[in-house]
Design a protein around this ligand. Structure first.
Ligand SMILES: C[S@@+](CC[C@H](N)C(=O)[O-])C[C@H]1O[C@@H](n2cnc3c(N)ncnc32)[C@H](O)[C@@H]1O
Length: 219
């Protein structure tokens, strides 16, 4: 367990405008592998998760761009940012006029990063640091899910959970750059964006992100 995730984040990242979404500033890192190693040392855990929270991922960037173009998707509404990482989608939602935003992530560093980033952008974001996928969907109007389909196990859990939320009447917006575990059949494409991610694990110059709406099961 890290002594202070907040201090660790401030030590290893810099507050910077997000490429293509410059009105949002995040604590970002340059390289993932040295930071991952530092997380492993800090936590004493060789299996520590990748520091997703120190980067703006293509799926989240696409959602951010979509909300800038279509603030009506969240304006005046209660928003839940699933697998928030840095807090990017929640912050973009508040900037677009959301009534409130809650960001969920299982990573203790993500929880601290979301709090730091929300403050840096002068917005309020509530943070939930637990795995909500075995719970009923939250009592909100919109769920944003940016870049959740990079790993089979997570994808297999998040998709049915989002479908349950959609079937309960919650709008679900998915942001994805064509990850292997997202089946786009049946999703409604709302927009596509050239995005520049902030991690060297991806092709920094040319990444494309799509935003989809999930329809109800029996649409
Ligand atoms: C690729 S990042 C995307 C972050 C952000 N949405 C974006 O687009 O920049 C995926 C995030 O999912 C989180 N995550 C993985 N499994 C999760 C779960 N069961 N519940 C909540 N978050 C989870 C990870 O900790 C990580 O922060």
């Amino acid at each position: 367990m890290a002594a202070s995730p907040r201090a660790f984040i401030l030590r290893h990242t810099r507050l910077r405008p997000v490429p293509g979404l410059e009105e949002v500033r995040l604590q970002l890192a340059d390289e993932v592998l040295p930071l991952w190693h530092a997380v492993q040392i800090e936590t004493g855990d060789d299996d520590a998760a990748l520091p997703y929270w120190a980067f703006a991922w293509a799926g989240g960037l696409a959602i951010g761009r979509y909300l800038r173009e279509h603030p009506e998707a969240v304006a005046g509404r209660r928003v839940f940012d699933m697998a928030s990482g840095s807090g990017l989608c929640a912050i973009a939602a508040i900037r677009a006029g959301a009534r409130d935003a809650t960001a969920a992530d299982i990573d203790e560093f993500a929880a601290a990063a979301i709090a730091l980033n929300a403050k840096a952008n002068g917005v309020r974001v509530a943070v939930v640091r637990r795995d909500v996928l075995d719970e009923e969907p939250p009592d909100v109007d919109v769920i944003l899910a940016g870049d959740c389909w990079y790993e089979a196990g997570f994808a297999a859990r998040v998709t049915p959970w989002l479908q349950r939320a959609r079937d309960a009447g919650i709008d679900v917006l998915i942001g994805d750059p064509g990850r292997r575990y997202l089946t786009t059949d049946g999703l409604i494409e709302l927009g596509s964006y050239d995005v520049r991610t902030t991690t060297e694990l991806e092709d920094l110059e040319r990444k494309h992100g799509w935003v989809y709406a999930m329809p109800p099961s029996r649409a």
